[in-house]
Write a protein that binds this ligand. Structure first.
Ligand code: FAD
Length: 511
């Protein structure tokens, strides 16, 4: 028997570590007993939203095991204590898990490795979370990439592994045997004693048991089946116009796969293979178009380019994973050094208005309210609100990162710090500091009918889109007549733009 430790891979299918532990590779291994450990150190960094989303994902995972005659062991305590004890109680030969590339996780895993060594228990650690490991894609000089476009070229040329085999009933420890090994009432007593705070078979805690509240936001569906349904749906149609539509938040033209990918409820190999099937369909469509005579060679629009654009987003996720892996400090430190440091303004009232979605810039407020309601925000709007916080409010990107970490269901250390540092011009990207989004023109361009804005900002629902996009230019009387409950802009974009430029110039030592 082997013990498989689930972390950010809440799925049975296309799970490299689980496939290894269950012996579906015909190497005489398995069966596997799956466990999830609620680690107090990880919970210290969690939020109401993410705990709810995690519990939903775990419930779906447990059901997938139950469908196969097994169950999910649910433990609480420090993994370096729980895992050796549990492995001993189950008489497991080995503990197996998939790598997590963030700095904190790597520290924790090192502790678990040492504890298992001390207990004389074997372990195996596999790569699963990305198609291409952070070590595997490097410049010709052997360095990690810091420029996405070059990284993407290598990423897309590499052959991806096929999905890992899915275990079935015979590969997993029977639910009855799990119960016999750890008992039914929680608090499994092992020879080692009380170090395992609690191990139960399939018994998930409520958020309150972990010290969290039910979030106000609807965190959306969870689990492999929901992930597959959503991806299938997206790849059957919307993907073929993804490049043209993805920037328009009202159109819901993106896949909404981020939380599924973050919790590992769908494997990246499976997801990527599905995009390759979509690519084959796109090529067929393009061929048909060619025969119709309206396609030119080198056309960078159309279904093939659209599917490729989607694959590029999956590569962004892996790019930021490798940035974090090679630079674990980017979660709290600027990637790009500024000689003099950036003198952020950090006005607490302005930051609070941004969080509440009451800045008086309609597209910014719509985004912040979408976040509050859905624990999600559209990518274009994430870029707009992040630019607004850093370059209009002149607030340190870490305030934004911390707030997103608390409120996003898909919060991912690598993508979130990557996105924030991109917006703040402190990251890997070549984006110069003087490229500053204008929140009004962004709103007008990407939400021309103000459909997205009206969806989330009820105070503006009765207004014509033109008036909404001119909100910053209206007089106080015009605003009071048009939407008395919606705030005036809290800052003047043109003035703040100049201040931001000066702030960055000083930071660069140019003043
Ligand atoms: P789609 O457009 O359908 O893209 C498919 C998948 O590709 C996404 O699910 C995601 O896994 C990946 N992806 C897409 N865009 C990016 C990107 N720019 N960087 C990295 N991966 C990407 N994404 C997160 O998953 N978690 C975060 O915490 C996060 N924080 C962000 C913070 C800021 C300030 C910004 C600007 C972006 C952030 N992103 C984050 C990236 C992006 O906004 C989301 O991945 C995307 O909006 C999720 O929606 P989707 O699944 O419909 O994306």
């Amino acid at each position: 028997m082997e013990l498989f430790w689930h972390r950010r891979d809440l799925r049975v299918a296309d799970n490299v570590g689980l496939a290894a532990a269950t012996g579906t590779r015909d190497d005489g291994r398995g069966p596997a007993a799956p466990v999830f450990v609620f680690d107090p150190d990880v919970l210290d960094h969690a939020s109401d939203v993410r705990v709810r989303r995690l519990l939903d994902g775990l419930a779906a995972l447990r059901d997938d095991y139950r469908d196969r005659g097994s169950d999910l062991l649910v433990a609480r305590g420090a993994p370096e204590t729980v895992l050796p004890e549990l492995a001993a109680a189950l008489d497991a030969e080995r503990v197996v898990w998939n790598r997590d590339y963030s700095g904190l996780a790597r520290e924790r895993d090192a502790g678990v490795r040492t504890a298992l060594n001390d207990a004389g228990i074997d372990r195996e650690v596999l790569h699963d979370a990305v198609l291409h490991t952070p070590e595997s894609i490097r410049t010709n000089a052997g360095d990690p990439y810091s420029v996405y476009s070059y990284y993407w070229k290598k990423w897309t040329d590499r052959v991806a592994d096929p999905p890992a085999p899915t275990p079935d009933a015979g590969d997993l420890v029977d639910a009855g045997d799990l119960t016999a090994a750890v008992g039914t009432d929680g608090g499994a007593e092992t020879d080692g004693g009380a170090a395992i705070d609690r191990v139960a078979v399939g018994d998930l805690p409520a958020p309150a048991d972990l010290g969290f509240a039910e979030p106000e936001a609807d965190v959306g569906p969870a689990g492999t089946e929901a992930a597959r349904d959503r991806l299938d749906d997206f790849l059957s149609e919307a993907v073929f116009s993804y490049d043209a539509e993805r920037d328009y938040p009202a159109r819901e033209a993106t896949s909404r796969m981020s939380a599924f990918l973050k919790y590992g409820e769908i494997g990246v190999r499976e997801a990527y293979e599905a995009t390759k099937d979509a690519m084959a369909m796109a090529e067929e469509k393009t061929g048909e178009r060619d025969e119709g005579g309206d396609h030119e060679d080198g056309d960078d629009e159309g279904p093939v380019a659209a599917v490729e654009e989607y694959q590029k987003q999956l590569a962004w996720r892996e790019f930021y994973t490798q940035v974090l892996y090679h630079n674990p400090e980017v979660v709290t430190e600027n990637y790009k050094e500024y000689e003099e440091g950036i003198a952020w303004r950090d006005d607490p009232d302005e930051i609070a208005a941004w969080k509440r979605g009451e800045t008086g810039y309609p597209i910014v407020d719509a985004g912040m309210r979408q976040l509050r309601e859905e624990a999600f925000m559209h990518n274009r709007v994430r870029m707009i609100v992040a630019s607004f916080l850093t370059k209009d409010l002149l607030a340190d990107w870490r305030h934004g990162y911390d707030y997103f970490r608390e409120t996003l269901a898909d919060h991912d250390t690598a993508n979130d710090s990557g996105g924030w540092q991109w917006a703040a011009s402190t990251g890997t990207d070549a984006q110069p500091y003087f490229r500053i989004f204008n929140p009004m023109t962004q709103g007008e361009r990407y939400d021309p009918d103000a459909e997205y804005i009206k969806r989330y900002v009820p105070e503006l629902r009765g207004l014509d889109a033109d008036l909404i996009h001119e909100w910053h230019e209206l007089s106080p009387t015009q605003r009071a007549n048009a939407a008395p409950n919606y705030p005036a802009p809290i800052v003047d974009h043109s003035e703040r733009r100049e201040e931001a430029l000066a702030m960055y110039k000083r930071a660069r030592g140019e003043d």
